[in-house]
Ligand binder design. Structure first.
Ligand SMILES: [Zn+2]
Length: 148
């Protein structure tokens, strides 16, 4: 059978920032730790980007990563998204965790937006059926964050 495929077919790049970063890093034979070191970014940040928690980069970070991977910054930029739905979903999950912690008696919690201190309390209210129920309430002392 004849082969029509060229021998060095370009590898298609992954469609999301997270997948593409993993792909490019592996093509360069780097670990997350290596990439963090070469790009001078915290390891946690590299991991957050690779797990899709962070879906876009500041231009400074983009350049650092691009330089570490020896690629054009545009290779990363073209798959970046500022996805408000994802941010909201992420925030919602965090808020649920905070509410649970407050109801479990935790105090001095950290604000998920700014890392400041949250002022929290538990309020009891009646639910639709007239039963007493507890709500966690919290707001940040530093920024406009309010637990919803
Ligand atoms: Zn805050």
């Amino acid at each position: 059978m004849r082969q029509y495929k060229p021998l060095s077919e370009p590898i298609p790049l992954a469609p999301t920032l997270a997948q593409r970063l993993v792909q490019l890093r592996e093509m360069r034979n780097l670990t997350c730790r290596d990439l963090a070191r070469y790009s001078r970014l915290p390891l946690k940040r590299v991991e957050d980007i690779e797990s899709g928690i962070e879906t876009w980069l500041s231009s400074v970070d983009r350049q650092k990563i691009a330089k570490a991977l020896v690629i054009e910054p545009s290779v990363l930029q073209e798959v970046e998204v500022r996805n408000n739905i994802d941010d909201e979903k992420y925030m919602q999950e965090i808020c649920e965790q905070i509410a649970k912690s407050i109801l479990a008696g935790a105090a001095n919690l950290e604000c998920p937006s700014c890392g400041g201190r949250l002022k929290s309390n538990i309020q009891d209210a009646l639910d639709i059926e007239g039963n007493s129920t507890y709500f966690a309430r919290a707001f940040c002392l530093n920024c406009p964050f309010v637990l919803k």
